[in-house]
Design a protein around this ligand. Structure first.
Ligand SMILES: [Zn+2]
Length: 148
């Protein structure tokens, strides 16, 4: 279980911006669940170069498929992966939107695990709401609930 969100990666000219209108239902879902308006709206890019450096991994895969990443107000999605409307793909955006909400919100987090716990918990909730299996199982999620 990884979500590496620590390396600075500014948007590049080759990155393709995703119009916020394309993910509005996802933004609104996170706003409702976190009781927080996501304002200003996050910047979202299709960017494989950023993904290569800011990698989060699909817990259901072999651990190497790079899907999405978040850093400093910007969300990056892999062009190979994201199919808008695909529940599993959209759940990755949910996860990254939670990280954005964490950055603009007032809550404080004791450690990186606490941020990941919240993000994976809401990602699981989004998947469950749509009848899909969790991205992370209960034991791994519980492990994230505690700071090292
Ligand atoms: Zn994460």
């Amino acid at each position: 279980m990884f979500c590496l969100c620590a390396l600075a990666t500014p948007a590049r000219a080759a990155d393709i911006p995703v119009p916020i209108s394309q993910i509005r239902p996802l933004v609104e879902w996170v706003e409702t669940r976190m009781n927080l308006m996501l304002l200003p709206r996050p910047a979202i890019y299709i960017s494989d170069t950023a993904i290569q450096r800011l990698a989060s991994f699909d817990a259901d895969s072999d651990g190497t498929r790079k899907i999405g990443a978040y850093h400093s107000g910007m969300i990056y999605i892999s062009s190979d992966y994201w199919q808008p409307g695909n529940i599993a793909d959209d759940s990755v955006i949910i996860h990254e939107l939670v990280h954005y909400a964490q950055d603009i919100g007032y809550d404080t987090y004791a450690c990186a695990n606490a941020r990941e716990y919240e993000a994976y918990n809401l990602q699981n909730a989004y998947l469950a709401q749509h009848g899909e299996r969790p991205i992370i199982d209960a034991d791994d999620l519980a492990a994230l609930a505690h700071c090292p």
